[in-house]
Design a protein around this ligand. Structure first.
Ligand code: HEC
Ligand code: HEC
Length: 251
């Protein structure tokens, strides 16, 4: 009897520090998990009837007035003055809305666009989205726009055109056009057909290095990292030259 009690006592004494250790480890793991969790969520946007309605409810006229604050960089007609700033013309409303929401939530980082989008109310966002998504595409060469940029050499155009139309099955790269169009088109995916070369290249590099991580389910972080440096340049030049408007063109 006496021996038994002694054994039980020594048993619990042994257990105590181990139990404490387990609690410390478990709570620090919990803390780590809760610290990291926001980073693992690429975007707070998900496509539901409510978000689609919110992104579609804007007043294009009010948006036009607000867009005067954006003209300086994105151009009065949605074509920006410099090739490192994105053209907003021809972009789907859901794509513009998602990017502005991601900048506002700091899910996509940009020293320029984070403060600008934070200064917009949800109604302002919907209004500028309505304005930009309705802009007509003029290719007036008289305008001082940077788009389209010069054509890539035929070898580079061939590399890009193959990736856009066919991808590369061996490396698991799907054709860009299955998501970006113009043949197939998915909601929330930005159009690349009228996008600037420098901007496209910067974004491909940012996805590849995971500096940009707001793509839901990581299609772009995965694809951009599978591309070679030369392919990223070829794709950027191809879209920047306006060749994405006629997919399959390698001239
Ligand atoms: C001072 C210059 C500047 C101003 C003003 C500006 N932008 Fe931008 N905008 C940029 C740059 C640069 C980027 C690209 C950021 C990056 O590299 O990720 C950008 C990116 C964007 C994008 C993402 C485009 C894409 O293809 O993903 C949207 C949408 C956008 N801006 C909308 C606006 C709106 C709306 C306004 C006005 C309320 C505005 N911007 C004002 C410079 C500007
Ligand atoms: C499975 C669908 C899918 C495929 C295939 C795909 N993309 Fe994307 N891409 C996306 C999505 C979704 C986004 C927007 C991510 C976000 O929400 O910010 C995007 C964004 C981009 C952007 C940034 C555009 C902007 O306006 O900021 C570039 C550049 C881009 N993709 C290039 C490519 C290229 C080049 C290929 C082919 C090698 C490709 N993508 C294939 C889905 C895809």
């Amino acid at each position: 009897m006496q021996r038994n009690r002694h054994r039980r006592f020594s048993f619990s004494v042994w257990r105590l520090p181990r139990l404490a250790g387990v609690i410390v480890v478990a709570s620090s793991l919990l803390l780590l998990a809760s610290d990291n969790r926001p980073d693992r969520i690429p975007s707070y946007v998900s496509w539901t009837p409510e978000t689609i309605a919110a992104a579609s409810a804007g007043d294009a006229f009010r948006g036009m007035l607000l867009a005067r604050h954006c003209d300086h960089c994105h151009g009065a007609e949605g074509f920006s003055a410099v090739a490192s700033t994105p053209n907003l013309v021809r972009m789907d409303k859901l794509a513009i809305w998602k990017q502005l929401e991601d900048f506002r939530a700091h899910k996509r980082t940009s020293r320029v666009m984070e403060p600008i989008s934070e200064s917009l109310s949800p109604r302002d966002v919907a209004d500028v989205v309505a304005y930009y998504s309705k802009l007509p595409v003029f290719t007036d060469p008289q305008d001082n726009r940077s788009f389209p940029q010069s054509r890539p050499d035929p070898a580079h155009a061939g590399i890009a055109s193959r990736l856009i139309s066919f991808g590369d099955g061996e490396r698991g790269i799907p054709p860009c056009q299955t998501c970006h169009g113009p043949v197939a088109y998915r909601p929330g995916v930005p159009s690349l057909a009228t996008q600037n070369a420098d901007y496209v290249l910067n974004q491909l590099e940012a996805f590849a290095s995971r500096a940009r991580a707001n793509d839901i389910n990581e299609p772009m972080r995965t694809i951009a990292a599978l591309l070679t440096e030369d392919e990223r340049h070829a794709l950027a030049e191809y879209y920047g030259a306006g060749l994405g408007l006629q997919p399959g063109s390698s001239k």
